[in-house]
Design a protein around this ligand. Structure first.
Ligand code: NIG
Ligand code: FE
Length: 407
């Protein structure tokens, strides 16, 4: 048994509703807190001295903190593409001179250029790249991250990516997602429908048997896959037993409606969602995952996070870290910037990267500091939890514990 503390403040994120707006007074803030840990999970949370006194005389390891730290559940980044090769600084420079994301893709940049670079690397090289980026996430307080394939776009290269993600050696728990339906690869000889059939018939059964992922994602957009092609694909994918997530409503509306129809776990992006889409998402069980890093990377307005919450949606916030639309990768910084533009309460921003993003990954053992959950903790050097958001990502974690182990 180990006791970590005392923390100046501990923000548990416990006892909050999964959907809708959150007032800051709903946050459970425990002063002078301790966390009791058995193996990798939380045994008890409460007043430090009280927890310590319960073990008087018995053996108890102390992970003693002699500075003022404020602790939160480890952050959960529910949408990333951190397994990629090369750089798209050239795309970015073109964007700064006025070209759009879609124009740049048509001129030989975009997703396809990253696919070409990613295909050139070995599984081991991709694994190393993923580990380096995962460790960067960890420094920023992220203890669980979803990672998509989608830069292989052939049976063989998608398997290479998924195996690299699965084998990556890092303290961060990585949740792999198969995004073979990112775009139809330019070298595929056949129609978009035929490409989707090929990945469904030739790739997904291997993904299943090798247990490489239980989540399938698709990018619905004019430049990627249509709603009707996606519908046909996702029906079959669901029958294979995969959970579904969708890149939807990024530049045009449509993906969110299909996500609801397909009972997807989440629909991600939503920059283009109109009021009807917002209401429909809010009245469904689909989690709205917004990606401020993609708005910052593309220089476009943020997704309507405030409206989604007010309509009653479950709002998760993720980094979308990728070489094209979201090269920045700093989830906490992006979430706090989104918060000030969209007028999110501190509770809403924090829930978006902890309890609610855990739900977006269907993980019910984290995102909240409570008995039974794994002891993933991030702590900042301050005496007031609001300071962390106020510093807009500049204040970096002082300490991170993964499964109870100090890193
Ligand atoms: O989530 N929108 C589609 N996919 C990624 C971008 C990928 C890329 O540009 O490389 C996204 O923004
Ligand atoms: Fe994405």
């Amino acid at each position: 048994m180990k006791l970590i503390g005392p923390f100046k403040q501990l923000i548990t994120m416990d006892k909050l509703p999964l959907k809708g707006p959150l007032n800051d007074d709903l946050l459970e803030v425990i002063e002078h807190a301790g966390i009791l840990i058995n193996n990798s999970s939380i045994k008890a949370i409460g007043d430090y001295e009280f927890l310590k006194s319960k073990f008087d005389g018995q053996s108890l390891d102390l992970d003693f903190i002699d500075e003022e730290l404020v602790a939160f559940p480890g952050f959960i980044d529910a949408h990333t593409h951190i397994c990629w090769a090369g750089s798209r600084a050239n795309d970015y420079a073109k964007r700064l001179s006025g070209k759009t994301y879609l124009e740049i893709a048509n001129e030989g940049g975009g997703i396809w250029s990253t696919v070409q670079k990613t295909r050139e690397l070995s599984q081991h090289e991709l694994q190393t790249i993923t580990e380096i980026r995962a460790n960067q996430l960890l420094k920023d307080g992220v203890t669980t991250a979803e990672v998509k394939s989608g830069y292989g776009l052939s049976v063989e290269s998608e398997l290479k990516m998924l195996r690299a993600i699965n084998n990556a050696f890092t303290e961060v728990d990585l949740i792999p997602t198969c995004l073979a339906a990112h775009i139809c690869p330019k070298d595929f000889e056949g129609t978009t429908k035929e490409y989707l059939n090929q990945i469904r018939i030739e790739l997904l059964p291997i993904v299943k048997t090798e247990k490489l992922s239980n989540r399938v994602d698709i990018f619905i957009e004019d430049s990627a896959f249509s709603v009707s092609d996606a519908r046909e694909y996702l029906r079959e994918v669901k029958d294979l037993g995969f959970d579904i997530v969708i890149h939807g409503d990024q530049f045009s509306v449509g993906g969110s409606q299909l996500a609801i129809e397909m009972n997807a776990v989440s629909v991600d992006h939503l920059e283009a969602s109109d009021m009807a889409a917002i209401e429909n998402i809010a009245h469904s069980n689909v989690i709205a995952t917004v990606l401020p890093g993609a708005s910052i990377g593309l220089g476009i307005p943020f997704a309507p996070a405030r409206k989604l919450l007010d309509a009653g949606a479950c709002l998760a916030i993720a980094s979308d870290w990728n070489p094209g639309s979201a090269p920045n990768g700093d989830l906490f910084m992006q979430a706090s910037i989104l918060g000030v533009y969209e007028k999110l309460t501190i509770a809403e921003t924090l829930a978006g990267i902890t309890s609610r993003s855990a739900a977006a990954l269907k993980l019910n053992d984290r995102g909240i500091l409570k008995k039974g959950n794994i002891a993933d903790i991030v702590a900042f050097k301050t005496n007031d939890y609001r300071e962390v958001i106020y510093r807009q990502g500049k204040l970096k974690p002082e300490k991170v514990w993964k499964k109870g182990k100090a890193l």
